[in-house]
Design a protein around this ligand. Structure first.
Ligand SMILES: *[C@@H]1O[C@H](CO)[C@@H](O)[C@H](O)[C@H]1NC(C)=O
Ligand SMILES: *[C@@H]1O[C@H](CO)[C@@H](O)[C@H](O)[C@H]1NC(C)=O
Ligand SMILES: *[C@@H]1O[C@H](CO)[C@@H](O)[C@H](O)[C@H]1NC(C)=O
Ligand SMILES: *[C@@H]1O[C@H](CO)[C@@H](O)[C@H](O)[C@H]1NC(C)=O
Ligand SMILES: *[C@@H]1O[C@H](CO)[C@@H](O)[C@H](O)[C@H]1NC(C)=O
Ligand SMILES: *[C@@H]1O[C@H](CO)[C@@H](O)[C@H](O)[C@H]1NC(C)=O
Length: 246
């Protein structure tokens, strides 16, 4: 009886030690995850929450895994696709990305991915809901369009290369948000991408829009603790800002 209870208490001690040990381990791992800095090509400061795919497991957060291929840093943006990372700004919580379909000095090259939206942890709008980058729409029309909103893509992009619809042979881009009236009769949006710091000065040349695309566009990055992008968090629940009147 006595030896049995001794064995039991020893067992309890061992379990307690294991639990404390494990708790210490997780704490340690969390601290360690912020201590790694990796580098790939021009991106020298890859640190928490970002990590490179082949970094030690304790580095960064898996939701923020980047890939390093031929000195290019790549990121998978949920519901959009894979992009080149041009810059990471930890202070502003932004990344600047370029579509891998685009080639510099070749305005015939097209973006490959569709416009990203808001899928944790990346968002095209900031916490106040304003877009960080100007969207650009690729439009095909069955008739020529004479509109100050439309920029002709010829001779960079020829219809045969871009349109799936044979009858639509006139190709344009429009920068900025699309509202119902912006789409002329006989026109359809084939594609949408995003570009940074678009200015009216680029008009009316598609070449200059293409070089703006090469500079890339910015996405807001939500850090792991920001569980409810653009909303208030309280006791792990999310509340729209409007409820609190902000
Ligand atoms: C790299 O990023 C870390 C964490 O965000 C920051 O503390 C550090 O100052 C940065 N270093 C450089 C050289 O930018
Ligand atoms: C990013 O942060 C820098 C300062 O580090 C600031 O000058 C700049 O305006 C910020 N940009 C945005 C888009 O918030
Ligand atoms: C330019 O891009 C187009 C479309 O991707 C491609 O067909 C063409 O070969 C490229 N030209 C050069 C010189 O790389
Ligand atoms: C396009 O419209 C402008 C004014 O709205 C006009 O001056 C110009 O001649 C038109 N161009 C063509 C090709 O129809
Ligand atoms: C598009 O057509 C123009 C003129 O027809 C030609 O000069 C140009 O090389 C073509 N571009 C592509 C990418 O096929
Ligand atoms: C966008 O803005 C940055 C910083 O102000 C500037 O360096 C860059 O040349 C601009 N890009 C374009 C395509 O205008």
């Amino acid at each position: 009886m006595g030896s049995r209870s001794l064995a039991l208490s020893r067992w309890v001690l061992i379990v307690a030690f294991l639990v404390v040990g494990l708790a210490g381990e997780t704490c340690n791992a969390k601290d360690e995850s912020t201590k790694c800095t990796s580098s790939c090509g021009n991106i020298h400061n890859i640190s928490y929450p970002f990590r490179l795919k082949h970094d030690p497991k304790h580095c960064g957060n898996v939701k923020y895994t980047l890939f390093c291929e031929n000195d290019n840093t790549l990121v998978d943006v949920p519901s959009s696709g894979r992009y080149y990372v041009q810059a990471i700004n930890y202070h502003n919580q932004t990344v600047r990305l370029v579509d891998p379909g685009l080639q510099s000095n070749n305005c015939s090259s097209m973006p490959r991915n569709f416009l990203p939206g808001l899928r944790f942890p990346y968002s095209i709008v900031n916490t106040r809901g304003s877009p960080l980058s100007t969207p650009i729409f690729y439009i095909m029309c069955s008739n020529p369009v004479n509109s100050s909103l439309y920029v002709e893509t010829a001779p960079c992009l020829n219809t045969s290369a871009t349109s799936l619809v044979q009858q639509k042979t006139y190709s344009y881009v429009k920068a900025g948000a699309m509202v119902v009236g912006d789409l002329n009769r006989g026109c359809s949006v084939e594609y949408a991408s995003a570009l940074l710091n678009y200015s009216k000065d680029y008009m009316p040349s598609y070449k200059s829009i293409h070089s703006a695309l090469m500079y890339g566009f910015e996405l807001r990055v939500y850090w792991p603790y920001e569980k409810c992008p653009g909303q208030w968090t309280s006791n792990s629940k999310c509340f729209p800002r409007t409820i609190l009147g902000t």
